[in-house]
Design a protein around this ligand. Sequence first.
Ligand code: PMV
Length: 343
Amino acid sequence: MNLNKSKVSWKSPSNIALIKYWGKYNNQIPMNPSISFTLDKCSTITSVKFEKSNEFSYNFFFENKSKPEFIPKLDVFFSRINEHLPSLSKLKLTINSSNSFPHSSGIASSASAFSSLALCLTEIESMFSDLIDNENFFEKASFISRLGSGSASRSVYGPLSCWGETELYEQSSDEYAIPIKISNHEFPVFCDTILIVDSGPKKVSSTIGHKLMDDHIFKKERISQSHLNFSKLKKSIDSNDLDSFIEVVENEALTLHALMMTSNPNFILFKPNTINIINLVVKFREETGTKVCFTLDAGANVHLLYPKNSFEKVQEFIKKSLAQFCHDGEYINDQIGLGPQKN
Ligand code: PMV
């Protein structure tokens, strides 16, 4: 027990799913397994000060300002985690978070936000309890992150992270993510350039989005497709087959949006410029042979994934052809990273 310290702080990255998590059962259990690249620069830094108290309470600040709109989500999170982090019941917490990416960029920040907070809370618990040690620290932090936002469970590991049971990885679990090593050393380091098509808030919260899968007409098919795509993706990484990697990644992105378009109620989250960008990316790949592909979150922004050795070529293409379709010409250059860092 180390109680000399009364403040902890973690920087945790966002991630971009290659196989998308879409649909969940009770208690944040995913309908299908997912796998993501962990990002490097796009991250959240959270610090938590704690002091002894008769009962649990917390204050939350975002970039040093109080943010009442975040409280309902945080209340739900704390009600889910209190039985798993019992030491919190006698602490008063002061939480402060800040993002490395612009607030107006429309980038989903729940993965970096919840994973950085979960890492802080898991570290605090480990100071009071011997049930958390170096061996299980990240597994526990991933479990706690999941109870805030499913995709956040994957952010505690880099460069690849898998959440949800799949026969491809024996250790995989619906309750927490596991790190995936890229054993094939030929497989390139990937860059991710996020093209900001729409900087506004999300039109559909992911809570509502996941719910649409409960009675979705293609629910069964989607679950089997995700397993099939997962196995194709693993094979493509293991054998360094970038064409097949691209095929699966783009299929997953379009499937996510197709599922939303065929939900009841339905949502169209593409913007005309999302389509303009996608068409140009495919054309550029066909014409130049550059191994670049697109993927999407539940929004209009486009993530461009490409090997680092094509950085200059792709940057030239972005400036010349794609930036005109971005909101205020804005895009963020990131790359695949190694996971969270303790401050
Ligand atoms: O973690 P949530 O509940 O915000 O869901 C994320 C869902 C997607 O970003 C669309 C896909 C994914 O796997 O990250």
